[in-house]
Design a protein around this ligand. Structure first.
Ligand SMILES: Nc1ncnc2c1ncn2[C@@H]1O[C@H](COP(=O)(O)OP(=O)(O)O)[C@@H](O)[C@H]1O
Ligand SMILES: [Mg+2]
Length: 367
């Protein structure tokens, strides 16, 4: 189960060796291809205020609701809340609620007894039990079915879980940190999210701004990722050119910090001897403020002309269901481009996530 991250015994180090902006955690783990949170950058004044707020609420047992676009650091902040709490040596368990079907999610959360349903060959504890004494991070909480929301509320109120197929409550002591990239208040209005759970979660709310709204973080983060990836690639003399800096600052960062991390990683792979110039940055031209982001201009960009030509060629020799084929191609290539991230794909294409999911299902990319 790769959503379960085993406990990490590290606390927060009091050392701020190089820059006071960076909170360093000891024993950085280097096993993953993406960089696990070993240090946090909070440079922009808005981020400094956020960090202060995190430090104030973390020691309590209050439920925390983290709100932010994809890639803004929700999981990293959840880990930070855990590490700054008295639970820091107990498990931190992260679960993406959107990753399970409605029928599975409850047995994942609450566990089940043997024979509770077809296929339940053995009894198994759920993630609430796995997080006992520590913190349970529920990502994309807005994706939970209403019936499951009721049960979560009950767990929070009674401090006990009942496995599916059992009648015996198991006492648990878990702090819940939830995250959402959708507006839960709107979901409440629309009847998709329970109001009582919303208020129960929203005891402490952490709003993570999109990266473009905290520009003071962009260059410190870029340099931070350069150091990390540079060390891994054994590059010395790292340098970020002025033109590259300007491009990074101008860009709108639809994928936020995760996208910045990927852009830097890629730039270090293609640049010459650790010197990153603008040409090494792979920025999506649709989001570069000073690229061709102007709607009036967009038909004259070379890539759109190329697309028109390709379409004209298809019209010459039309196949059946041509529109469907073209639409599927658009959705598939965008989804690939965004590394199967639905939120980013929706934003890239300017369509709602619902519509996107609907299409992905129709084409068989989603169950
Ligand atoms: N303040 C920060 N300092 C350094 N790295 C960060 C910071 N915030 C996010 N990251 C990195 O950006 C990536 C995306 O963060 P994550 O917490 O997974 O975002 P989300 O859960 O909101 O999609 C992760 O690799 C994370 O380590
Ligand atoms: Mg996340």
């Amino acid at each position: 189960m790769d959503n379960y991250r085993p406990k990490n015994n590290s606390g927060i180090a009091a050392d701020f060796q190089q820059e006071p902006l960076i909170t360093t955690l000891p024993n950085p783990d280097s096993h993953a291809t993406s960089i696990r949170a070993t240090a946090l950058v909070f440079a922009d004044p808005a981020s400094v205020r956020l960090l202060e707020y995190i430090e104030r609420i973390a020691p309590s047992d209050a439920t925390v609701l983290i709100i932010g676009e994809t890639g803004t650091g929700k999981e990293l902040v959840a880990r930070q809340v855990h590490k700054l709490s008295h639970r820091k040596d107990a498990p931190f368990v992260a679960l993406n609620c959107g990753a399970f079907s409605e029928s599975l999610v409850e047995s994942e959360l609450f566990g089940h007894e043997r024979g509770a349903f077809t296929g339940a060959l053995n009894a198994r504890g759920g993630w609430f039990e796995a997080a006992n004494g520590g913190t349970l991070f529920l990502d994309e909480i807005g994706d939970l079915p209403i019936s499951t929301q009721v049960k979560i509320l009950r767990v929070l109120q009674e401090h006990e879980v009942v496995r599916i197929g059992s009648r015996t409550p198991i006492p648990i002591d878990v702090r819940l940190v939830a995250a959402t990239n959708v507006n839960l208040a709107e979901a409440v209005q629309a009847g998709r999210f329970r109001e009582d759970l919303y208020y129960r979660l929203n005891v402490a709310a952490l709003d993570l701004l999109p990266l473009r709204e905290r520009p003071g973080d962009i260059l410190p983060l870029a340099k931070h990722f350069m150091q990390r990836y540079g060390a891994r690639l054994k590059l010395n003399d790292l340098d970020l050119g002025k033109d590259a800096e300007r491009a990074l600052l101008r860009y709108a960062w639809p994928g936020n910090i995760r996208e910045l991390q990927n852009v830097i990683h890629h730039a270090l792979l293609v640049c010459k001897e650790g010197r990153v110039t603008m040409d090494d940055l792979h920025l999506n031209p649709n989001f570069g403020v000073s690229y061709h982001n102007n709607a009036a201009n967009i038909t004259s960009t070379p890539s759109l002309k190329a697309l028109e030509n390709a379409l004209a060629a298809l019209y010459e020799h039309p196949t059946e269901h041509l529109f469907d084929t073209i639409e599927e191609t658009v959705i598939r290539t965008a989804y690939n481009y965004c590394e199967n991230n639905q939120v980013q794909t929706g934003r890239l294409l300017g369509i709602s996530r619902n519509i996107l999911r609907h299409r992905l299902k129709r084409y068989g990319y989603l169950a």
